[in-house]
Design a protein around this ligand. Structure first.
Ligand SMILES: Nc1ncnc2c1ncn2[C@@H]1O[C@H](COP(=O)(O)OP(=O)(O)OP(=O)(O)O)[C@@H](O)[C@H]1O
Length: 302
């Protein structure tokens, strides 16, 4: 794949030129930005480690003394459950209620609906109601920037906001990308994700051009890498070659401890502070704090 890399990039640019659908132009473009460093964890493929990565980066940043808000933007409410709220459907208000208030022009009090976890990380929870809200968003004014408006009500309270996106490229993910300063893309090193990744990168490019000029890509994180198999090593190598310069050097290994993060209500640092998964997440948040990669030129259509 390495010797065809130059050809691939050219082809991708051509694809960008002809396949990019235009987003409806909206006056919402001019809504003020959020001043915390806001990072969206996005990949339309399910089960790739978005939620585990969001929770692990948040705990790590919190341990560095940063004030961190986690935003569960997935109707499955997995992040909400991971942090110990086992019945997300019984919570109120949730992200859906608060975004609904923004849509209907009601006042949202700063901090409304935010839950405080013992670890020091705060959470805007989600539940199944977010699915209905996503349908409502389609006909809402400034529909792509409702989350950005909501997060602007707490912008002075946090150093970081991490948004755990749905496994889709629908309205909620567009809202997350419109609210974010940067995006981290977890990719499971288990199959070749080229097609899905190109689609995601084109979506990020459209959002940057049309809704959120400050949006950057922090990088692709390879997750659940099984270092024992030559298949995983080969796939990891191929992804690094295909997306040269856009992949974090640190890989998240497949590990029982990392899997336990989703059920133990403990962070990877509590479970295995010196393990490879914890160390890899530490490297990634340090890299992200430094501004990630400057990769934009690689995916901008000419
Ligand atoms: N490094 C890892 N090693 C082993 N298992 C992992 C690792 N990271 C995540 N998992 C497990 O993989 C599953 C999917 O992870 P996670 O929920 O973080 O993915 P996701 O992309 O957020 O999923 P969804 O798209 O459904 O929201 C979970 O059961 C989680 O515990």
């Amino acid at each position: 794949m390495s010797n065809t890399d130059g050809v691939r990039k050219k082809t991708d640019r051509e694809k960008n030129n002809c396949l990019v659908e235009e987003l409806e132009p909206r006056d919402s473009f001019f809504v003020g930005g959020v001043s915390v460093k806001t990072i969206a964890l996005a990949n339309q493929k399910g089960g790739v480690g978005k939620t585990t990565t969001a929770a692990s980066l948040a705990s790590g940043l919190s341990r560095q003394g940063k004030k961190v808000l986690l935003v569960d933007a997935d109707a499955q409410g997995n992040l909400t459950q991971m942090l110990g709220w086992a019945q997300p459907d019984e919570l109120s208000p949730t992200l859906a209620d608060l975004m609904g208030k923004i849509i209907t022009d009601q006042l949202v009090s700063p901090g409304e609906g935010i839950l405080h976890h013992d670890s020091g990380v705060d959470l805007l929870p989600a539940n199944i109601e977010l699915s209905a809200l996503e349908v409502t968003l389609v006909n809402a004014m400034s529909r792509e920037t409702v989350m950005r408006q909501l997060l602007s009500t707490v912008q002075d309270r946090y150093d970081y906001a991490l948004i755990d996106c749905m496994p889709s490229l629908g309205m909620m993910t567009l809202n997350a990308l419109s609210a974010a300063d940067s995006v981290i893309i977890p990719v499971q090193a288990h199959y070749l994700p080229a097609k899905g990744l190109e689609q995601l990168l084109r979506t990020v490019a459209r959002v940057k051009r049309q809704l959120n000029p400050k949006l950057e890509i922090d990088g692709i994180v390879l997750t659940m890498v099984d270092g024992r198999t030559t298949l995983a090593k080969g796939i990891s190598e191929q992804i690094r070659q295909a997306y040269a310069g856009r992949v974090f050097a640190s890989e998240i290994p497949r590990s029982i401890r990392a899997a336990e993060v989703s059920v133990e209500n403990k962070s990877i640092y509590d479970l295995d502070r010196n393990g490879k998964a914890a160390q890899a997440y530490i490297n990634i948040y340090y890299r992200s704090m430094l501004g990630g990669f400057f990769l934009w030129s690689a995916i901008q259509p000419k």
